[in-house]
Design a protein around this ligand. Sequence first.
Ligand SMILES: [Zn+2]
Length: 498
Amino acid sequence: MTNCFAETGFYWHPIGGNNIDQISGHCYQYTDIVSTKSGALATTIIVDLGKFDNHQALGIKNSAAAVPDVRNLLKTPFLNPRAIFLTHSHPDHLNGIVHYLKAGYLLPPLYGGKYTKMILEDLYVRFNVSKYQQPDFYCINDGDRIKIGTLEIEVVASSHTCFDSFGFIIKSSEATVYHTGDMKIDNSTYFRKPTNLKTIRRLAHKITHVVADFCGITEDGFAIREVDTFKKIVQIIRKSHKDKIFIPVYPTHPEMYLTAFLAALKLRKNVVFYGSDNFYEYLNLIEKYGISFTKIAKKRIKVFSGQIHDIEKLGKSFVVIGDYNDVGNFFGECKDNSIGIITAKTFFNPLKGQLNSRNIKFVTVDDYPELQGYGHGFIGDLEHLNSLLKNPIFIPTHCPEYISDSCRSLMTYLGLNMIENTPKNNQTYRLESGKCILTDESPATWLVVSYSNNCATFNEVWQKPTSGEGFLKRTFSARRCKNKFKMLLLQRKKGNKQ
Ligand SMILES: [Zn+2]
């Protein structure tokens, strides 16, 4: 493993995240090798250590998760990571940490935002990770510059669906990488900093490579802005003339709790948070983070949580924010005077759920795409980012191979300088100004995690396509993807001729 790091240089090595057909289990290694009088010196950092969502498809019975394989790094002294930088708190970027700790590994210090720390601490409790097993955690903020060995890492705020989402500008003497993390350009985020374009502009002349979130690349234009989601919810409620409004949201997306709440506040409707234990856990974390819904309401509306005993207190017209499919009879007869606004269709299938069987009329993202609080940039976001920079090489991540392969002609037409070959997990690239040189590749593996007696064990398996059972196959096949990019390219060419 150390052989491909024999020469001095700055290396990028995706361990997870650049998958065949999945978008999870993110983990990226950056290693800077310099020569000194006493020999070669390496500085390695890891960005994110997530979990692979579709672990069942890897074929190990009773698996609880799958994680990227960083064991070699942990046991090779020369390459020992000195830090793990965490872009944000979503499980596909964060949850690998606990499984490594439960398997008895020691991890280097973690650097992440305050909210990421809160979510991790929650995981420590849930997985029973003792204090002495927990690595040090350093809270970081937009604008921080952290020196690790020969690298300097500058923290850049990112617009995403949770608090404290960051990108990192990783500076070495050979190349400077902007590792975006999950992000879009949106500057209309509520209660948190949007993507810091000022920093990106300031460092534009330095940035040679962008390891970029390509997750939303199949859609044209800019990713939906939070303010547009807010406006659409307000408009739908207004137009519906209904008294009872049901808005299911993703528990892991606090931004939707906020957007739905602000819409209710704007229309002076009392709010009740109503959902599963998981939903309330996240609600508590949002409040612990420092956001008080009652304070924001300033007595203009009443805010309740859970089952309230005197339902009359809610008044005639109210908004229910939660993660339910079944609202039960708790809110009284709902058939004629209710509407459901489904902001997260991939999670809540209203046709299977009880909103439908209770004959509650509902609208979804199919009716109004603005309803989806989307946290990843579309094509327009990438184009905009490119326009701020000085022709860096774009390296796609958070995106299955077939999407990166199919978008190539369109990206070239739009002036994006994309890496020549689509990077795969377990390849190593040396990054130099204007170059990405493939120095090594071997088949990627995942570690499937099983638990017994409160301890994790790892089973190594080869990476393989899993979409037959996964999320992407259902939503976006390789053939449809190819056709879509062809169509987008034609549209752009046509648009430019007019
Ligand atoms: Zn995310």
